[in-house]
Ligand binder design. Structure first.
Ligand SMILES: [Zn+2]
Length: 180
């Protein structure tokens, strides 16, 4: 049975804090009861860069991530430091495509310095963890939660991310049990 389980692959995109990526990979595995690989860093695709906006187009990045999948079951999550956007969103923290099995999370807004506050790793990592977990949950076809304390709560703002917990609510927990 184990061989049929989908692997999770974490891809550092561009220059990303490797310690943080490492920690993320180690923490995500047990939650989904999947093995997690960290791929050798991938450069952010030049064609995804919008020079005028100073941002990267998430759709192009997602397409690149989909191409590195070893099989259809694999779930790939990219982590980058740069600011991302979508056609209908000026900026995004994370994004996932359940059909493709890919997700991307940007540390851009998760970093304290974005808000003019001194950078604090103890705050950044929990945000990265919660946002990555939330996006990955989508890849396993579990919809987002309406409980603001649940890690699977849709968080559009930093305050929502900071306020939600690191674990699942009872409803999501039950869905996760079926999954793992
Ligand atoms: Zn929940």
């Amino acid at each position: 049975m184990a061989a049929l389980k989908s692997k999770i692959v974490v891809v550092p995109l561009g220059e990303v804090d490797f310690m943080m990526v490492n920690r993320l990979a180690a923490d995500l595995g047990p939650v989904f009861n999947r093995s997690v690989d960290i791929l050798k860093g991938m450069k952010l695709p030049e064609e995804a860069k919008n020079v005028i906006r100073g941002q990267y187009y998430a759709v192009v990045i997602m397409a690149k991530l989909e191409r590195i999948k070893a099989n259809a079951r694999e779930k790939v999550i990219g982590v980058c430091e740069d600011d991302l956007y979508l056609p209908d969103k000026n900026t995004i923290i994370g994004y996932s495509d359940a059909l493709a099995g890919t997700a991307v999370v940007s540390l851009w807004h998760l970093r304290q310095e974005f808000y003019g506050l001194p950078e604090n790793d103890s705050k950044i990592y929990p945000r990265l963890y919660k946002e990555s977990l939330h996006q990955l949950v989508h890849l396993f076809n579990i919809s987002e939660c309406r409980n603001p304390k649940c890690v699977n709560y849709f968080s559009n703002e930093m305050l929502d991310i900071d306020n939600k917990g690191k674990s699942f609510c009872d409803i999501c927990k039950r869905k996760m049990v079926k999954l793992v």
